[in-house]
Design a protein around this ligand. Structure first.
Ligand SMILES: NC(=O)c1ccc[n+]([C@@H]2O[C@H](COP(=O)([O-])OP(=O)(O)OC[C@H]3O[C@@H](n4cnc5c(N)ncnc54)[C@H](OP(=O)(O)O)[C@@H]3O)[C@@H](O)[C@H]2O)c1
Length: 194
């Protein structure tokens, strides 16, 4: 399985990803990048992350939405739901009908527990490093640079960041063991970076 990736915005100093059930920053340009990167694939998330998305935007459009919850009764139109199980990943990958989009990139989109559980399986990590000291109550795990190498880097001034609350860096990590090469030009086209 090599089309599972992860996408996160985290504080560069504290690794915070969330506070009080929401994002501790306002980064419209990063949300636009999130959309451009994830569209067409599936998005795998914890129940709290799903419920943190404003109602009018969920399920996330043009993506297969997969939500993890231990609550057997939780359901939502247009969402694939999975429950706690040691074979969760294989269930998601091989369920029938398949929830995962096999020939596309599929994205783990949080929160904390889901990132921790899946980071070891991911091929790419798309990391927005939000600059500043921002506290939170949900955090991203440390990235093991023995396992992942940086293959792309840019600053938020490459985008229209006039409405962003903080500057950030966008970094892509790729699994070191991977044999494929990261296609920088195609990624830049996706983000409309000239
Ligand atoms: N900055 C970012 O990129 C980013 C991304 C995502 C989220 N966030 C932020 O992170 C916060 C939410 O994250 P969180 O860490 O608190 O919660 P979360 O991971 O989104 O959701 C946790 C819930 O997901 C379910 N879950 C997770 N793994 C499961 C498994 N293996 N099996 C069954 N159920 C499982 C459980 O739901 P039940 O309790 O229903 O059983 C658990 O309580 C919010 O502040 C949000 O804004 C930030």
């Amino acid at each position: 399985m090599n089309n599972l990736s992860l996408i996160v915005a985290k504080c560069d100093q504290t690794n915070a990803i969330g506070k009080d059930g929401t994002l501790p920053w306002d980064l419209p340009s990063d949300l636009k990048n999130f959309k451009r990167i994830t569209e067409g694939g599936s998005v795998i998330m914890g129940r709290k992350t799903y419920e943190s998305i404003p109602k009018k935007f969920r399920p996330l459009r043009n993506r297969t939405n997969i939500v993890l919850t231990s609550n057997q009764e939780w359901e939502e139109d247009g969402v694939f739901v999975y429950h706690d199980d040691s074979h969760l990943l294989s269930q998601i990958l091989w369920s029938s009908p398949p929830a995962i989009v096999r020939d596309k990139e599929n994205f783990v989109i949080g929160g904390e527990r889901v990132y921790r559980d899946f980071i070891g399986e991911c091929e790419h990590l798309y990391v927005t490093n939000v600059l500043g000291y921002i506290e939170g109550d949900a955090h991203f795990p440390l990235i093991d640079e023995d396992k992942f190498k940086k293959v792309f880097f840019c600053n938020s001034y490459e985008f229209d960041n006039s409405k962003d609350s903080h500057p950030y860096q966008l970094i892509v990590y790729k699994r070191r063991k991977s044999i494929d090469k990261f296609n920088t030009e195609s990624f830049k086209r996706k983000l409309k970076i000239v």
